[in-house]
Design a protein around this ligand. Structure first.
Ligand code: GP9
Ligand code: MN
Length: 626
């Protein structure tokens, strides 16, 4: 009765098990995927399974099943192996745009010999084994066929596996697919194969929209923005020519903390003083969407609106833009972004190249230890301290953006860094927000001192802005208690104000109440440096322009004018905060719709590719491009 001792298995299951185990071994040996707890380890282990079940299960419907299984195994092994080779060089996972980014690929091409070693044949060992087993059908193995009910059970378990994986990933990493566009996080949670499917979906969607676009749409948009162009203030234009620009993005910092106390203690003692010697914009709004920090970066550099869903840093990193780093590079500036996080987070490594940054100082450029980290990563004080060294070494003049991190949800802080007591309510998030804001304020104080010590302070325009809200609408009740007023939709919009502080060496401080948003920073900065933007496609207006229209538009279509706020389809009187007839907001409702539509068209259609580099250069030489 030899046959009873035979291991009974289907060819499909055999291929799945081999590929599954191999993928997990490759995760553990060829990639560096940080694992914080056993759930993450478990997710990593199970994440290839559902995809493999579906792909190999498709073989049930194919006549020559053995050949299908072998081909699938070979193709999947090849995809996995390509990722390994790419990772050896770039420390990142493959994306479709990257495959077409020729400069990246030529970097890889020149060192391909060093990246491939003969031991790599091991990556295909399971396919070879599978081929052998299928051919020889050894005595210990009985490769059985599958009945109709077994097939049904198989696919039901595959679907259950997909749901289980996604459900667990969502609890471990909320809003994984809608907002956390970090490749490492995606691979960790949904697995390398599903990640490629997701990437393929994003790619085909944006290619279709791009393919249908033509240059004529740009002409209409150009007419609109140029008609709205406001001349810069003559006194301010070029006032900071050849000075460095130091942009500081303050994580999750809303404007209500400025000149505000908690438990009788100032939340931002340093900034409260610093605004006295700077231009302080008290009606400055963030305009970000799901792309959060990355959206704020996009707004600041491009003066375009981010997208209503997804992060443009992720979905349209292959587009052409005319971002300020690219323009300033042309003017002899060294342009850099400094942020002590994983370089692929928010797809920054790729998007920064697209935006024309000369250098990205990311995690690898910082000495990050357990001691100098908290919450999401490196503590702000240490980040600034190490960043000063980078600033010192940069060619001058530079345009450098520094992105803080400590004041990130869930607002964790080590005991020794807690300079003020938390707020006392039954809402932990709101309570802990204040000590982390206070910590970043301290970090800024030390940073400004270091700039002075290094002789950089007087040669630099320092621009500090909040990237987006830190306390979401879910906490309106506690916020209402803290501020002593009910948080209506009107107040909610007012809470979207973030600090904007512009310090220009030699200029006196001033509080400016113009209604403004992050979209206005690009023209403001370029004009301060003496760069014309008259012919550019941008939706913002110079903050110092005397003719500014008092208006700013948020990504969800809400807007703020001198006298009104429009939110959730209701027009509010700004002085009373009470709803009034919609007709008062009417003229701006149309403008809001047009601007968001135009900006989206530019991004989805990649329209700035029709506004070519040659024009950019001529435009900035002051020549007409029409
Ligand atoms: C991550 C940091 C925070 O690098 O910029 O991103 P957020 O979650 O605020 O968009
Ligand atoms: Mn942020």
């Amino acid at each position: 009765m030899v046959s009873q001792k035979k291991l009974k298995i289907t060819a499909t299951s055999l291929a799945i098990i081999l590929l599954w185990l191999k993928t997990y071994i490759v995760y553990k040996t060829s990639f560096t995927i940080p694992i914080e707890n056993w759930i993450q380890e478990f997710l990593l282990f199970i994440n290839p399974l559902s995809f493999l079940m579906i792909v190999l299960g498709a073989g049930f419907f194919i006549k020559n099943r053995d050949r299908y299984i072998l081909t699938a195994s070979l193709v999947l092994s090849f995809i996995l192996y390509s990722n390994v080779v790419f990772y050896r060089f770039f420390n990142d996972y493959l994306t479709i745009p990257v495959l077409f980014q020729t400069s990246n690929m030529s970097d890889l091409g020149s060192s391909i010999d060093e990246l491939i070693i003969w031991q790599d044949l091991l990556f295909f060992i399971d396919t070879i084994l599978l081929a052998g087993l299928l051919k020889l059908r050894p005595v210990f193995l009985r490769i059985s066929s599958v009945s109709r009910s077994e097939k049904r059970a198989f696919f039901l378990s595959a679907i259950a596996m997909v749901l289980f994986n996604l459900g667990l990933a969502e609890t471990e990493r909320p809003q994984l697919l809608t907002r956390t566009f970090d490749r490492e996080m995606l691979v960790k949670n949904i697995g390398t194969y599903n990640y490629h499917l997701y990437d393929l979906f994003l790619q085909s969607k944006s290619s279709a929209q791009r393919a249908l676009a033509d240059g004529s749409e740009l002409a209409e948009i150009a007419n609109y923005v140029r008609a709205g162009f406001k001349e810069p203030d003559k006194k301010m234009f070029g006032i900071a020519k050849n000075k460095n620009i130091i942009l500081i993005s303050m994580e999750s910092t809303q404007n209500f903390v400025i000149n505000q106390k908690v438990n009788g203690q100032e939340i931002t003692p340093f900034l409260n003083e610093f605004i006295k010697e700077s231009f302080y914009f008290e009606n400055f709004y963030h305009q970000t969407g799901q792309g959060k920090t990355s959206d704020s970066e996009f707004l600041v550099d491009n003066s375009l609106y981010p997208l209503s869903r997804g992060a443009v840093f992720f979905t349209h990193a292959g587009n052409q833009f005319k971002a300020s780093p690219e323009i300033l590079h042309y003017y002899g500036y060294f342009t850099a972004s400094l942020h002590a996080n994983n370089k692929s987070f928010w797809n920054r490594d790729i998007m920064y190249k697209t935006l024309g940054y000369d250098r990205y100082y990311s995690l690898a450029d910082y000495h990050v230890t357990e001691k100098n980290s908290v919450g999401w990563g490196m503590k702000d004080i240490d980040f600034f301290q190490q960043s000063v060294r980078h600033l010192n070494e940069m060619p001058k003049p530079f345009y450098a953006k520094l992105i803080t991190l400590t004041n990130h949800f869930p607002f964790e802080l080590d005991e020794e860094d807690q300079l003020i007591e938390p707020y006392t309510s039954n809402n932990k998030t709101v309570n802990h927000y204040f000590p982390t804001v206070r910590y970043t304020d301290e970090a800024l104080k030390l940073f400004i001192q270091q700039l002075k010590d290094q002789g950089l302070y007087n040669d630099s325009v320092i621009i500090i802005y909040g990237d987006h809200y830190g306390i979401s609408e879910n906490h309106n009740k506690t916020m209402g208690e803290f501020l002593g007023k009910e948080i209506t939709p009107f107040e909610s919009i007012q809470l979207q104000r973030v600090p904007l502080i512009i310090h220009i060496p030699g200029m006196k401080g001033q509080t400016v109440s113009t209604v403004a948003g992050q979209i206005d920073l690009r023209p403001t900065i370029l004009h301060l440096l003496g760069v014309e933007t008259k012919a550019d496609i941008q939706f913002g207006t110079d903050l110092f322009s005397k003719d500014r229209l008092q208006w700013t538009l948020l990504r969800d279509g809400s807007f703020i004018t001198q006298d009104h706020v429009f939110a959730k389809d209701v027009c509010y009187d700004k002085t009373t905060g009470e709803p009034i007839e919609k007709r008062f907001c009417m003229p701006y409702i149309k403008k809001a719709k047009t601007e968001l539509e135009y900006s989206d068209k530019i991004i989805y259609g990649d329209l700035l590719r029709f506004y070519n580099k040659h024009d950019l250069v001529r435009n900035h030489r002051g020549e007409s491009i029409d």
